[in-house]
Ligand binder design. Structure first.
Ligand code: ADP
Length: 336
């Protein structure tokens, strides 16, 4: 997904993936700040161990960058399961899925990222696989049609989605447990940043960590990217330590103001202000801001909504008082 400039990766895709890989929690105890999610998981792990069965299928829901992939990977390690990673868009045809499922080792944790993007026809093959570890498919057509059953090794499916609402209830109900990832508190992000700084071997003043955490919008991926940018600034300025001054200059360089608003945020608020208080639909907002609809909805808006700059109504997005104030404008007088 395209990400707004201030939070977009600076490296190429491969290098970015490598950077993220290096900072990923290696086991559940390194998965910080989401204790609420881990508790039920621990119980499920124990119960499955006791029964000698694979872990139940899990669905991870939440915004990009909250740690869905990281948790799936850490989970596989924790339970000592072989891991297979794929994504919804990669499973374009039923045979892509059958190929993967039939090659799984017993007890594999199969992680399907962006599972909402898997075609419906493919999804239906997954049902039997999830319920009975069996796929049924028809070979040939008409009078020669035959129903074939293929037995699979038991496995655990972990699906991740940023758009839970796009999943059918038939699909959702086949997961044993649904985990909702919430934005992290600034304290949790500080702990994550502290760990990242030590892994990267950068010295970061406690106050600088705190400020980086405050500007990360509750998202560990953004926190880690800000840290890396700050490390670059410190290096270019010949400083051995990331201090609050380095963080402030990093922020300015990225076009993020003291309130945490990026240029994309401001463009969005301005587009809403131009509508003079009338609701604006996602489509026209995306055109006005120059961002893709899904990146506006999944990456930019959640924080602005949480912080009370705007609200979503059935008719569209509307600026709230805090949004008007951020632009130095007075909200239009209520009609009445
Ligand atoms: P998602 O799959 O939800 O988009 P990722 O699992 O790829 O998110 O996480 C993005 C980055 O954020 C990873 O590189 C990882 O280092 C970091 N991260 C995410 N969650 C945590 C966490 N709970 N503790 C430590 N680091 C985390």
């Amino acid at each position: 997904m395209d990400e707004p400039a201030a939070f977009a990766p600076t490296l190429g895709r491969a290098a970015e993936a490598e950077f993220e890989q290096g900072l990923r929690p290696r086991n559940l105890s390194e998965f910080l700040g989401q204790e609420r999610l881990l508790e039920p998981l621990q119980v499920m792990i124990e119960a499955a161990r006791g029964r000698g069965e694979p872990l139940e299928h899990l669905l991870f829901c939440g915004m990009p960058g909250l740690g869905k992939t990281s948790l799936a990977l850490a989970l596989a390690r924790e339970i000592g399961a072989p891991l297979k990673v794929t994504s919804g868009p990669a499973l374009e045809r039923a045979r892509d899925l059958v190929g993967i499922l039939s090659g799984l080792e017993p007890g594999t944790l199969l992680f399907i990222d962006e599972i909402h993007r898997m075609p419906r026809a493919v999804e239906e093959y997954l049902y039997g696989a999830m319920e009975r570890f069996q796929i049924e498919f028809t070979l040939d057509q008409g009078v020669h049609a035959r129903l074939l059953k293929l037995d699979l090794e038991p496995f655990t499916l972990v699906g991740a989605t940023t758009r839970e609402a796009l999943l059918t209830s038939a699909f959702r109900s086949r997961f044993g447990h649904v985990l909702h990832f919430e934005p992290y508190t600034a304290e949790a992000l500080e702990r994550i940043l502290e760990r990242s700084a030590s892994l990267l071997g950068v010295d970061c003043a406690p106050q600088a960590l705190r400020e980086l955490a405050l500007h990360a919008r509750g998202v560990p991926r953004i926190a880690n990217r800000l840290l890396r940018r700050a490390r670059d600034v410190a290096q270019v300025e010949g400083r051995a330590r990331i201090d609050p001054g380095v963080v402030a200059r990093t922020r300015e360089m990225l076009g993020i103001d003291g309130r945490g608003l990026s240029r994309t945020d401001l463009r969005l608020l301005e587009a809403l202000a131009r509508a003079g208080g009338r609701p604006v639909g996602l489509k026209s907002l995306a055109v006005a801001v120059g961002e893709a609809e899904d990146s506006l909805e999944e990456v930019v808006e959640p924080w602005l909504l949480r912080e009370g700059y705007l609200e979503r109504t059935p008719q569209g997005r509307v600026l709230l008082e805090r949004g008007w104030k951020a632009l130095g404008l007075a909200p239009p007088a209520a009609e009445g």
